[in-house]
Design a protein around this ligand. Structure first.
Ligand SMILES: [Cu+2]
Length: 225
């Protein structure tokens, strides 16, 4: 009797692991011409399970730029804004998803900013007009920002069907785009195409002084995301 129970336990565990079969997804984000697109956001909605609660994230200011220039977070994430420069910044956003202002500061403000509504938040600095950054706040459980080579990767996804949403700051309407539905099993690979031109997407240090104003207007004119 005792022996039987002992044997039954491992069999049960094997069965349970089978139900939550883990899959992975390697993605290539490309622009209208098929060139790799960095700083694109890919978010996934899929089968329930395996998702961590929102935590914290960091948006640095370094050499008078936001680093990273695009940050994706789950709704409910607290973001800190450490200033690594030896001059002061005044970070703010007017975006409907989060209006806030961090008065002129050096170092790390004591209070992180809570991003509690999904949508696009365009960041600016009152002192340095060319500084523009983006925080993409999503309810989707899985998300990633593509690297300079357009790569995104997702590990430990539950196998199943996914809805894909894509975003990039160069999209003419700045709105998230619905991607093709996706079935993820084992080690999947997928190409994600966005109707934008990649040229100049890595904003040079000498971005035009109106960078924030342009980005903010574009985002506001086309809705609250
Ligand atoms: Cu600044």
């Amino acid at each position: 009797m005792t022996k039987r129970l002992f044997l039954a336990a491992p069999l049960y565990l094997i069965g349970a692991l089978g139900l939550v079969e883990a899959a992975s997804l390697q993605g290539d984000v490309v622009d209208a011409k098929g060139a790799p697109l960095g700083n694109a956001v890919v978010t996934l909605q899929g089968p329930a399970g395996g998702v961590a609660a929102p935590g914290t994230a960091v948006m640095d200011q370094q050499e008078m730029r936001f680093v990273p220039s695009v940050l994706a977070v789950r709704t409910g994430t607290a973001v800190t804004f450490p200033n690594r420069d030896d001059i002061r910044h005044q970070v703010y956003s007017f975006s409907p998803a989060k209006r806030f202002e961090l008065r002129l500061y050096q170092g790390t403000p004591s209070e992180p900013v809570m991003f509690d509504k999904p949508g696009l938040v365009v960041l600016g600095c009152n002192i340095h007009d060319w500084m523009v950054g983006y925080i993409y706040v999503t309810d989707d459980p899985w998300f990633a920002v593509s690297d300079a080579g357009g790569k995104v990767s997702f590990d430990n996804l539950p196998a199943g069907d996914y809805r894909v949403t894509l975003w990039h700051s160069a999209l003419p309407d700045m709105q998230p785009h619905q991607g093709e539905a996706l079935k993820v099993e084992g080690a999947a690979a997928q190409r994600f195409a966005l109707p934008v031109e990649a040229a100049g997407e890595a904003e040079p240090p000498g971005a035009p002084p109106s960078a924030f104003g342009d980005a903010f207007k574009k985002a506001v004119e086309h809705g609250s995301h």
